[in-house]
Design a protein around this ligand. Structure first.
Ligand code: SAH
Length: 215
């Protein structure tokens, strides 16, 4: 995609991703192509490629580019996967995933955010993203199992329905911890065995729902 922000995107990849361990060429390529500025308010277009999260309304944020890239890379997508995302927000993370897998199913609890994200998916012709308004801590059982699950808001623990809806083999990346600071966790399910590994400390907005924070 060529637009006036192509140079800003290239600089973001060079300065924020390459030096910090993002090495998957497919992840780097889609981060240099997907127009991140379209997922934020036009007043913030100029800062859309900065090394920080940005507000997207409803007290929510679009994650810093490095976090989006690191979570995506952790999923090691090959192109054939069915991926579930919890927390559509701006839609940017779903858009990145959609370039790297077969289908993205994304769930958001705030209607205005979801409506906005859907408009951008249509505008970009990203037709392999299906979205739904619901409490994502319950997953999206209709399309389960998912080869990979990514949760972009954090709760006190990994929601059980998500573990159940993960395929075997399958992998999940999810921030877990307190309200302010959390650990990014990487869960795998292989031959029925669940393993959880800690990746790094992160700060995410709250995952609110039945298997998350209650308000
Ligand atoms: N992936 C998003 C990040 C948005 S911030 C992006 O790329 O912009 C996290 C989002 O999770 C917020 O929009 C918030 O409303 C949503 N969220 C929080 N709890 C949720 C739940 N139980 N189900 C679905 N979405 C939830």
């Amino acid at each position: 995609m060529t637009d006036s922000f192509a140079t800003a995107r290239e600089r973001m990849v060079q300065e924020q991703l390459l030096h910090r361990g993002i090495t998957d060429p497919k992840v780097l390529k889609c981060m240099s192509e997907v127009p991140r500025h379209l997922f934020v308010d036009s007043a913030m277009h100029a800062s859309a490629y900065g090394d920080h999260p940005l507000p997207i309304g409803g007290d929510q944020t679009i994650s810093q580019p490095f976090i989006v890239a690191a979570m995506t890379q952790a999923l090691q997508l090959q192109g054939t996967e069915k991926v579930l995302e919890i927390g559509t927000g701006s839609g940017y993370q779903a858009a990145i995933l959609s370039r790297l897998c077969d289908k993205v199913y994304t769930v958001e609890r705030i209607n205005t955010l979801l409506a906005n994200a859907r408009k951008i998916f249509d505008r970009l012709h990203f037709y392999n993203i299906l979205s739904r308004l619901d409490d994502g801590t319950l997953g999206w059982s209709e399309h389960a199992p998912y080869d990979a699950i990514i949760v972009t808001a954090s709760g006190p623990e990994i929601p059980e329905p998500l573990v159940e809806q993960l395929a075997d083999p399958g992998r999940m990346v999810i921030p877990v911890g307190g309200r302010e600071v959390q650990e990014l966790e990487y869960l795998t399910k292989i031959d029925g065995e669940i393993k959880v590994e800690r990746l790094e400390s992160v700060r995410f907005v709250s995952l609110i729902g039945e298997y998350g924070w209650h308000g």
